[in-house]
Write a protein that binds this ligand. Structure first.
Ligand code: MD6
Ligand code: FE
Length: 222
């Protein structure tokens, strides 16, 4: 806690906390600024992964090319092509196993999950999303995992984006929240199957990522 000079009463002692927690829905929280001190380390790790497994714009089963570029690390990588969505051990681009999940990633995911009430989270999959201005992620559910009792931990880096969190039905009206660099979303339990998406990225600048936004999504796939 900050020390205050005795001539000014410390009226606000304890009221300004960083990081802090915002609850955006039942069983869905944003740990604001939780990863802020690790931004540079995380971005360096992303660059290392992308050297081995480059970002690519994958195809959806419907035949569209996603505006968000993706790569993966960890035991399981999430992929999509015209035959569907799935988790697989290898990068379809190279045929090689996905790069290992860096310790800085695993530690962050576990600490964030613990902070949100999910101790013992051990992700085996990390999807890395890269948004350029204009990129977006339509409303979807994350349902390709095996065990829906496991939470999802999602880390935002770079340019801010508007995240939409709806309900269990696509038509449920979403709530919008702005995610800035270092914010970590953790959800599970009753929110685990909620529809969610990211609005078109607005032009912006971040000192470490330029015009880009990155998102790390940690999951237990199997
Ligand atoms: C993104 N996130 O923030 C996309 N999914 O770029 C997701 O699709 C997501 O943030 C499940 C849980 C948290 C998420
Ligand atoms: Fe998702």
């Amino acid at each position: 806690m900050k020390k205050s000079l005795s001539i000014t009463p410390d009226l606000f002692a304890g009221e300004f906390q960083d990081p802090w927690i915002d609850t955006i829905a039942d069983d869905a929280v944003v740990l604001r600024h939780f990863a802020l001190e690790r931004e540079e380390t995380l971005l360096a790790a992303i660059a290392g992964i992308a050297e081995k497994a480059p970002f690519r714009n994958m195809r959806t089963p419907g035949g569209h090319t996603m505006s968000v570029a993706m790569t993966c690390c960890g035991e399981w990588g999430w992929v999509t092509d015209t035959s569907g969505y799935r988790y697989q051990h290898s990068d379809p681009g190279s045929g090689q196993p996905w790069p290992a999940m860096p310790k800085v990633f695993r530690d962050l995911a576990r600490e964030a999950a613990t902070g949100a009430g999910y101790p013992g989270f051990e992700p085996d999959a990390c999807l890395i999303n890269r948004y350029q201005p204009g990129a977006k992620m339509g409303l979807h559910q994350d349902k390709d995992e095996k065990d829906f009792t496991q939470p999802i931990v999602s880390v935002s880096l770079g340019v801010p984006a508007t995240f939409q969190l709806g309900g269990a039905r696509r038509r449920d009206r979403p709530v919008n929240t702005t995610l800035t660099s270092g914010d970590v979303v953790v959800w599970g339990r009753s929110a685990r199957m909620s529809y969610h998406g990211v609005l078109r990225l607005k032009p912006g600048q971040h000192p470490l990522t330029g015009e880009l936004r990155y998102n790390l999504t940690f999951r237990r796939a199997r």
